[in-house]
Design a protein around this ligand. Structure first.
Ligand code: AMP
Length: 428
């Protein structure tokens, strides 16, 4: 006997989403698209591959993402390419590349797609994961920030999630942040020797990143460091106060979190994160904020921006846990036919029901009624239509309500309207 070939498995940190999962993913994405549309966002699809420099310049060379986690390779012509670790930089690149700023006004864009980071896999953390993101380009008005957070609250309501925290902070702007960073650098001088290697290095190269450190032993030290929210310039303070007032007016609850500087360099002013107790160690399910300097960092004109990236994998864990939103992929009708003469009439009925949008299955080969009904029940069909010799002769088909186990005879030409009425009364 030939040696069996070792089966090839999926790459570590990546996973297959099977139909029993994708049905709910689609429902969540449908809700997201609807909410984004209600706030006048439109979809953008950017490539998964980008030039490495895009992320080095925007996310920042000294962040974990760029320094440790990117899937970067030399292409055959020696160009350095990267599988996108996030999509905000790509969206802003596209905005600049297509001179969308020439159209004037505010651009509201959203995307849904896979991102790649070479992190240590665990529950809710993968090397290929999905983000649902949205960006507003072209205005730094505090109302944008507040309206955006209101939109996220609506999206969460729509997918049945009520238990979460909105954490909010401001990281200042190019005027006040350098001064704060200097203050932080000085404070770190005193304590950095007691901190981890990354913090020791970053206290010199990029002190703000020290605040992202996840090392347990460093946390008590970080708690005592100066807080950026106390060192904002007058403009940033006014902006932040306006955002929080707007949130209050809109009934959006939040908590100020002074350490929330986010792991990417491009943020300015408002930053936010949402967390949930359902998730365990990886408790942040979305994050974002304002990035008024990002466009210039990658060679574009000054363009204020604000955005979010929702971790879709984590959002789905929460949606499943909440159990309010349900997948909508059950079979509506099974058309069971007996005897060759019934094959064509069955095909015709299945076709007309499918044309009306119902989910329909039928037996492909002649089968005993018991077998076909068994299959209908296994597939979760709500109704079975039975067409045999007697039904063909009378022109009246049997329609069986599978759950109620009730059967009625319906005039052949009335089957479609009859089912339509019944099914619309149900969950459709
Ligand atoms: P970030 O782009 O780092 O601000 O991340 C935004 C959101 O994406 C986070 O709040 C997570 O929910 C999600 N996310 C980030 N990295 C991963 C990952 N490796 N696996 C799954 N979700 C992730």
């Amino acid at each position: 006997m030939a040696n069996r070939v070792e089966p090839i498995r999926s790459v570590k940190g990546t996973r297959d989403l099977l139909p029993r999962e994708t049905a709910l993913w689609q429902r969540v994405e449908d809700e997201a698209r609807r909410v984004f549309a209600a706030y006048n966002f439109r979809e953008i699809r950017t490539p998964i591959l980008e030039q490495t420099a895009l992320f080095a310049r925007s996310v920042g060379a000294d962040t974990d993402i760029v320094s440790k986690e990117m899937y970067t390779f030399q292409d055959r012509d020696d160009e350095s390419l990267t599988l996108r670790p996030e999509a905000t930089a790509s969206v802003v690149r596209a905005y600049i590349e297509h001179a969308m700023y020439n159209e004037g006004g505010i651009h509201k864009l959203y995307y849904i797609g896979p991102m790649f980071r070479r992190e240590r896999p665990q529950k809710g953390r993968y090397r290929q994961f999905f983000q649902i993101g949205a960006e507003v380009l072209g205005s730094d008005h505090p109302k944008i920030d507040a309206e955006f957070l209101e939109m996220l609250a609506l999206l969460l309501t729509r997918v049945g999630i009520t238990e979460y925290q909105l954490l909010l902070n401001s990281v200042g702007c190019s005027k006040c942040r350098p001064q704060f960073v200097e203050t932080l650098r000085q404070a770190l001088e005193q304590v950095k020797d007691k901190m981890c290697g990354d913090c020791q290095r970053r206290s010199v190269t990029n002190p703000l990143r020290v605040l992202d450190c996840k090392v347990e032993a460093d946390q008590p030290i970080i708690e005592k460091l100066p807080q950026i929210i106390e060192h904002l310039c007058a403009e940033c303070r006014v902006h932040f106060d306006h955002v929080t007032k707007e949130l209050g007016d809109r009934g959006v609850a939040y908590q100020i979190s002074p350490r929330l500087v986010r792991g990417l360099d491009y943020y300015t002013r408002t930053t936010f994160e949402m967390t949930s107790n359902v998730l365990g160690a990886q408790n942040a399910f979305l994050g974002g904020g304002r990035y008024d300097g990002l466009s210039e960092m990658i060679g574009g004109p000054p363009t204020p921006g604000f955005g979010v990236a929702i971790g879709e994998d984590r959002l789905l864990l929460m949606v499943e846990h909440a159990g309010v939103l349900k997948a909508d992929d059950g079979l509506d009708v099974f058309v069971a036919w007996l005897g060759d003469a019934a094959e064509q009439p069955a095909a015709q009925l299945a076709r007309s029901l499918r044309q009306e949008g119902w989910r329909v299955e039928s037996n492909y080969e002649a089968a005993k009624l018991k077998k076909s009904l068994g299959q209908a029940s296994k597939l979760g069909a709500r109704f079975a239509v039975i067409i045999g010799e007697g039904e063909l002769a009378s022109g009246r088909y049997q329609v069986k309500d599978m759950a109620a186990a009730q059967q009625v005879e319906v005039e052949r030409n009335q089957i479609a309207p009859f089912l339509k009425e019944k099914l619309q009364k149900g969950s459709h």
